[in-house]
Design a protein around this ligand. Structure first.
Ligand code: HC1
Ligand code: SF4
Length: 574
């Protein structure tokens, strides 16, 4: 152990600890900006480029960055001297000297780490005026807006994109005043192999990377008297939205979500969970079918559009193994524009389907041409959990005091299996609950496949079904997905089914969720919320959803049959 004092308090820490970590142990807060410690996935952005965390070490002339300086025995450190504070203020003043001053109009207003830091340091004027850099705005994609005039070169996005996701789209280019973060050759995002996972914008401290704002489109649809506006809410939204209104991560606000959507004026409020149950019927059928035929194994889940895009770009030789199922929210759209439109006696062209998703890739997914019929797209508009919170605030709804309400039917009923789709391992667990009963004709009493739970990036299990051992794996985060896929390519893999989600932790850690500022414990809390909702449901297996059963009886016919294929399945491109 190494013994040291920080601000006159003594502490002993293991060798290799940074001053920043040691200070945390004493509850001493040292401000940071470029630093990002994603301890759950063992990834640190430690470029030490911003120098906001400088501290004084007794006996040393210079100030030292706390995030990258390791402790030494006998060190006497002060984090709160006037010299350190002044240095931090100068650093932030210099960053502000090359930053647009449109905070009031900025997408990150009140959510910007640079803004908070400037406020904490009492900065009240732009001290250094002069030339500012200009890089232009990239609005080429359906998902992400890149405004590098707001970039402070912290490199957090690069760590996410290259080290965690292994996509390598964003990296530092050029030098000096021209330095910026960009795809190769300054290509627009839409033309790169970006998966639109949104993990870069989830960690961006400013508004250099944000989601495409679809809020105006939703308001326009709601105010158009000729349109019937239908909304669906993804599983992961219900355990995170509350954070935007001061609640704890993981707090379930399902009932309040329904009330707020009815207040906002949606004609019908439905649940993506219904479609997740429907997905399980199709995907478990496909799994059983492939196991029986012993071909195209392992089957890979296909509900995460960022992961699908990753596969299309990086592993084009494996395109015949993902499930052909559309993702639940796309299945929902396809059913809404056919079955529901007919039930409601409206022209599908006058129906607008809005999805509220934890994800920015869903915006891109909804625009994929194969996810539409001749007349209309399956899903018209996607907004994120954050955009939904903004709409509630814009409308002046007092979210915290809303009474709970229930989803409409027939597309609002769901089982516990569908709720856990929102967390890593949940889709596979839901599929196994159904596949097990279908293969064995027995009742599965303990529905919880605990080996598939938790925040580990890769999880494996072997499940005995009749006399077969079904080997399954779960990966979240594209870097982990890459490892699994490389094993398949090299013939090392012996899995039957694999679930992959692009974001660490699954959809609950999606790029459209309330900002977690690098604190991945928040994601674990959201997972607990989903498992709680699963436990609270009377029905916890997708094939027991009576509304899904009647959808097949009245409209779709056989699971995995012809009509189901036409409406609920898709294909992939190189
Ligand atoms: Fe997801 Fe899914 S779980 S992809 O993560 O399969 O976004 O929440 O809605 O479609 O159900 C996201 C979440 C979501 C779909 C479902
Ligand atoms: Fe990289 Fe994902 Fe950001 Fe695209 S969205 S640049 S893949 S981190």
């Amino acid at each position: 152990l190494v013994n040291l004092t920080i601000n006159n308090k003594s502490i002993s820490v293991p060798k290799g600890t940074t001053i920043l970590e040691a200070a945390k142990g004493l509850n001493i807060k040292i401000p940071t900006l470029c630093h990002l410690d994603l301890h759950n996935i063992k990834m640190v952005n430690q470029s030490a480029s911003c120098r906001v965390c400088v501290v004084e070490i007794e006996g040393k002339k210079n100030l030292f960055p706390a995030c990258s300086t390791l402790v030494k025995d006998g060190m006497i450190i002060r984090t709160d001297t006037l010299r350190a504070i002044k240095a931090r203020r100068t650093v932030v003043e210099l960053l502000l000297s090359d930053h647009p001053q449109d905070c009031l109009l900025c997408d990150k207003n009140t959510n910007c780490e640079l803004q908070s830091l400037a406020a904490d340091l009492g900065i009240s004027e732009i001290k250094y005026k002069g030339k500012t850099s200009s890089h232009g705005i990239d609005t080429s994609s359906y998902s992400i807006v890149k405004n590098l005039d707001k970039c402070i070169l912290c490199r957090r996005c690069e760590t996410m994109c290259s080290d965690v996701q292994t996509v390598n789209v964003l990296s530092g280019v050029d030098r000096g005043f021209e330095t910026t973060i960009s795809p190769a050759f300054y290509n627009p995002m839409h033309e790169t192999s970006c998966t639109f996972c949104g993990q870069c914008l989830a960690v961006c401290p400013t508004a250099a990377l944000t989601e495409v704002n679809n809020i105006p489109k939703v308001w326009n649809a709601l105010s158009d008297k000729n349109k019937t506006v239908i909304v669906q809410v993804a599983p992961a939204v219900r355990v995170a939205l509350g954070e935007e209104f001061g609640m704890n991560p993981g707090e379930l606000v399902t009932g309040k979500i329904v009330s707020s959507l009815k207040n906002l004026g949606f004609d019908k409020v439905f649940d993506t969970d219904f479609a997740a149950d429907l997905t399980i019927i199709e995907e478990a059928s496909e799994l059983v079918h492939r196991i029986e035929e012993n071909k195209n194994l392992p089957i890979l889940t296909s509900c995460c559009p960022a992961w699908v895009k990753f596969l299309e770009h990086q592993f084009p030789d494996l395109l015949d193994i993902p499930s052909t199922c559309k993702s639940p929210h796309e299945m929902f759209g396809a059913i809404a524009k056919t079955y529901l439109a007919k039930n409601m006696d409206i022209d599908p062209e006058n129906m607008v389907v809005v999805s509220i998703m934890p994800c920015v890739a869903k915006k891109y997914e909804a625009a994929r041409p194969e996810l539409s019929n001749e007349k209309a797209k399956d899903v018209d508009i996607v907004i994120t959990t954050r955009e939904f919170a903004k709409m509630i605030k814009e409308a002046g709804i007092d979210f915290n005091s809303l009474e709970d309400d229930d989803f409409d039917n027939p597309l609002g009923e769901s089982t516990g299996a569908s709720v856990i789709f929102g967390t890593t391992g949940g889709v596979l667990e839901a599929a196994l609950r159904t596949a097990y009963e279908w293969i064995t004709n027995d009742t599965l009493d303990n529905v919880e496949f605990t080996k598939l739970r938790g925040m580990d990036g890769i999880k494996e299990a072997s499940i005995k079904i009749n006399d077969m051992n079904i080997n399954v794996a779960v990966a979240s985060g594209l870097g982990n997905a890459r490892k699994i896929l490389e094993d398949i390519q090299s013939g090392k893999s012996n899995y039957h089914a694999i679930e992959i989600m692009a974001c660490p932790g699954g959809c609950i850690g999606g790029g459209g969720q309330p900002y977690h500022h690098g604190n991945l414990d928040i994601i674990s809390e959201r997972a607990k919320g989903l498992y709680k909702e699963d436990r609270s449901k009377k029905i916890r297996k997708s094939h027991e959803n009576v509304y899904v059963q009647s959808l097949y009886k009245e409209f779709l016919g056989e699971p995995y049959g012809e009509k189901a294929h036409k409406l609920l399945h898709t294909h992939y491109h190189k």
